[in-house]
Design a protein around this ligand. Sequence first.
Ligand SMILES: *[C@@H]1O[C@H](CO)[C@@H](O)[C@H](O)[C@H]1NC(C)=O
Ligand SMILES: *[C@@H]1O[C@H](CO)[C@@H](O)[C@H](O)[C@H]1NC(C)=O
Ligand SMILES: *[C@@H]1O[C@H](CO)[C@@H](O)[C@H](O)[C@H]1NC(C)=O
Ligand SMILES: *[C@@H]1O[C@H](CO)[C@@H](O)[C@H](O)[C@H]1NC(C)=O
Ligand SMILES: *[C@@H]1O[C@H](CO)[C@@H](O)[C@H](O)[C@H]1NC(C)=O
Ligand SMILES: *[C@@H]1O[C@H](CO)[C@@H](O)[C@H](O)[C@H]1NC(C)=O
Length: 208
Amino acid sequence: MPMKRSPSRSSCGCGSIISLCLAIFFLYGNIHTSNPKCSIQDFYLPALNNSLNSTDNATLYFQLKLRNPNILKGIYYDPVNVTVFNKFNTTTHIRNYVVPDFYQGFRKTAEKDGSVNFNEGAVSRAAFDNRTAVFRVDLVTAVRFKSFVWKTKSKRHQIMVGADVEVNDQGTKVNQKNVKLSQAPLSLRFCCVVAVLFNFLVFILLNF
Ligand SMILES: *[C@@H]1O[C@H](CO)[C@@H](O)[C@H](O)[C@H]1NC(C)=O
Ligand SMILES: *[C@@H]1O[C@H](CO)[C@@H](O)[C@H](O)[C@H]1NC(C)=O
Ligand SMILES: *[C@@H]1O[C@H](CO)[C@@H](O)[C@H](O)[C@H]1NC(C)=O
Ligand SMILES: *[C@@H]1O[C@H](CO)[C@@H](O)[C@H](O)[C@H]1NC(C)=O
Ligand SMILES: *[C@@H]1O[C@H](CO)[C@@H](O)[C@H](O)[C@H]1NC(C)=O
Ligand SMILES: *[C@@H]1O[C@H](CO)[C@@H](O)[C@H](O)[C@H]1NC(C)=O
């Protein structure tokens, strides 16, 4: 939708208040940039499901959730590289799955299914005596933000997040809630806050 024309100045004070609010909204939406929020919704290893009485199926199935929290910015994702390995043996049996590049509109959420094939031995070794295990999931990609107002693309921002996923003796993640992949670059966030404050100040000075 195109930017709305603000009502004519003469009508009343409301007009200028509304246009001020709109200006703040667009300014904020344009300047403030948040990285996508990444989490793991589903995580299932049939080989670790005790009820199956079989460890033959050494595939790991997972579902990623990628959310664009920005109010006025779309996100172009480069291919998303998801790496999974045994948390306690980080040198061998590293598997990865690549989600093809895609575009995500603002405030949209994408759910991406993925799977990796371990071998039976690797899964068995990853499990403790009580048949639980801990896997490490790392996600690496780069994103470009598309400004809704100016139709421009930002330069690439590197995203590197990860989490430990505990798996129970039914082969699914222990945590019922989504497992958040984190390691947000603090410096970027800090810069954004400073930029927003600075621009807001300039805006105020120019208008009054
Ligand atoms: C584990 O296997 C049992 C038996 O086939 C099945 O009923 C159950 O749904 C499986 N658990 C999960 C989490 O899929
Ligand atoms: C697994 O083994 C138990 C005990 O031997 C049995 O009761 C159960 O039905 C088996 N489950 C499957 C899916 O074969
Ligand atoms: C492994 O388990 C998944 C999920 O239960 C199932 O969809 C898939 O067909 C199984 N693969 C094999 C080779 O048994
Ligand atoms: C994904 O990450 C793995 C492990 O770091 C690496 O070996 C692989 O080359 C990467 N793949 C892509 C397409 O970047
Ligand atoms: C990791 O796994 C490999 C292959 O199974 C094994 O040789 C190695 O000793 C393991 N390392 C650790 C720290 O358990
Ligand atoms: C299973 O064993 C591991 C390692 O000994 C332990 O950290 C974990 O808490 C145990 N899990 C359960 C559910 O008993």
